[in-house]
Design a protein around this ligand. Sequence first.
Ligand code: ADP
Ligand code: MG
Length: 772
Amino acid sequence: DVPVQPDMKDVKVHPQPANSKSRPGKPATKFMEARRRLPAFAKRHELVQAVHNHQVTVVSGATGCGKTTQLPQFLLEDAHDTGQACNIIVTQPRRISAISVAQRVADEREEALGNSVGYSIRAEAKRSHATRLLFCTTGVLLRRLIHDATLAGVTHVVVDEIHERGMSEDFLLIVLRDMLSQRPDLRLVLMSATLNAEAFSAYFGGCPVVHIPGFTHPVDTLFLEDVLQRTGLKVHAQQQQQRGAHRRRNDNTHKAEIEPAEYTLSPQQVQQYGQDVSKSVTAWASNTDKLDLDLIADLVTWICRNEGPGAVLVFVTGWDEIQKLNEVLGQRSSHLGPVKLLPLHSSMPTVNQRDIFTSPPAGTRKVVLATSIAETSITIDDVVFVIDCGKVKMQAYDALNKLAVLAPVWVSKASATQRAGRAGRVQPGTCFRLYPRRLHDEAFEDHAAPELLRVPLEGLCLQVKGLQLGAVQTFLAKAMNPPNTLAVSNAVDLLRNIGALDEHEQLTGLGQHISQLPADPCIAKLVLMGAVFGCLESVLVMAAAMSHRDPFVLPLDKKEAADAARLAFAQDCCSDHITILRAFQRWAEAEGQGQGWAFCRHNFLSRQTLVTVDSIRQQLGELVVSAGFLGPGARAQGQNGWSRGDEDLLRAVLCAGMFPSVASIRQAKRASFKTVEDGKVEAHPTSVLARQTFFPHRWLVYSDKMKTASIYLRAATMVSDCMLLLFGGPLAQGIAPGKLTTLSGQLTFTAAPAVAQLILELRARLDAVFVA
Ligand code: ADP
Ligand code: MG
């Protein structure tokens, strides 16, 4: 979706007429003072010279020192002064920072966004032919490389926030490192917030490192034991006595039986846990699933009532926590005094610049509720108090069991330091850490592991293929920290099994289309099949719910009623996915009549989850349109409306999207199944299949497998032999006539030879739909 830029080699940045709003060369005076104060400004000459003299430069410096906003401007201004052509691309890991930084730089240059400074993120851009400095997400640059492998006309690529070691950034660095010899004129700048800059320099053959020294005021850092002592507050959440229960608590089913009564630890107890690591750190360390939001709210209240002026920045783990906290604090506003509560999360479309970055009127306290996004990529200057929950939501991948989980874990020491540092930007500050000192010292990792080592690699492998970078294993072995080969081969196997790669590891037609959609490859396939078979809208709802969560709630005291409500939607469908779709459709109708809240209350649905699913559904739909599968009008006109969603067709399409996650019935009475890998699994008690005793089909496909007491399928759909044969991954003819196999022979079907032939022909036609 990124237009290839015209060749810029001969384009010069000329000074604009004096009355022009756009002045590429001369920074405006209004912001000049603020710019000059930034530590980066003192290094301006050194930075420009380093970039001039070396093909690759690493720039490191404390967060807020002016790397992101200043360095690209220095390069732009230098090009102007020396009359050189320039076309700078700066990548950001997140959409929200690409926009906010571009806006800030345009403001500093007193221009409207989209002139010399622009941005480009997925499905949205503000840029023009005059744009010389483009902030884009890493994903956008990677997709540009598909059409433009050497970045023709680009003079500088600045890769920002490399210390985060995001998967896309690590991947981009491999590509760029390989490109350097083909583009000797290209300048590459890597920007990092922390001091492990030497590792990046080594990866680029010992390139120079320019360090920007920063200045921060001292920050008084308190651990949990100190916090409780100073404030007299108490811990609310259940702690280690519930350890045994803790493991099972992940599993919602047993919630009613084991949810422990809330109890309170005394400061002495906490102090002791903090001191005695052998007894308690493992207990604390394993307790990552819940945040003590009450303690956080109490602490915000305490700060508002007892501390001097200054903004409060609270780090929690996700959007849910931000919202809950926002709600709780909103209810307490009479105790807080005048406050301005500001949520900040990467899924927010844009930051409300003025509110986040400027100080509120005197007497009003700004309280920012954020995730780790406020750790490095967005700097809020007037923060004096930081509350650090100590956790971050992080993805982990277990290559042996092929299980991926997104779960809160303790942050690294580097992140904890970074969070604390946010309190000292303008004056001495305080950081309240809601975890014991010993936990930090002995259980926190120094740095978080690179994302490439923690996540399933299907999407990345597909990108390697899409960019024609050769054999996946060989290519990824060139990463700064290469992923484990089992994780890579699992990913390649999966891509073969879903028909995205052929046996020679080449992209198939289907694979090419999947690689155009920036979504998980299985979800992308599901959505594409939905588009092909005219049931896109229904499929989008199911795909959105799969990538978010089950909208049904599980109140502890009304378990029976909640189960009944779910089953009422499940009639005769033998499918959790279709049950959720039906609930969503009915909710959407109720919402249209202004009855959304009541409907959710009666049916034990979370309106918040449904609203989020609705927005993910719309985003996914836009992606399908922007990838060119449907005309922009097709969705609005309802041609793919859900009235056409015949449920058996949906089942078949779900089969296409979830294969090879297939299980067969072992014991119908006990809802016990066997996966293709031969593992014994059960329907999760919340699944509508758990209550089923009669199964019309032999197979089911599933989208959510989890391991607690045993392995459970949480979201599954029954499918027939025929659906698996037609939609379930590449099909081969076996040795005997009429024998068809899939999944390298693990699933075998027998049919009359003529029927087998017919099925193979139908399959060939279906494959032909996706010719690249
Ligand atoms: P770094 O990249 O080194 O972390 P930045 O260049 O992002 O630093 O930020 C430099 C300064 O500019 C910081 O003091 C920050 O608060 C300020 N700043 C950045 N973006 C904005 C914005 N949108 N509005 C106001 N100030 C901003
Ligand atoms: Mg930055």
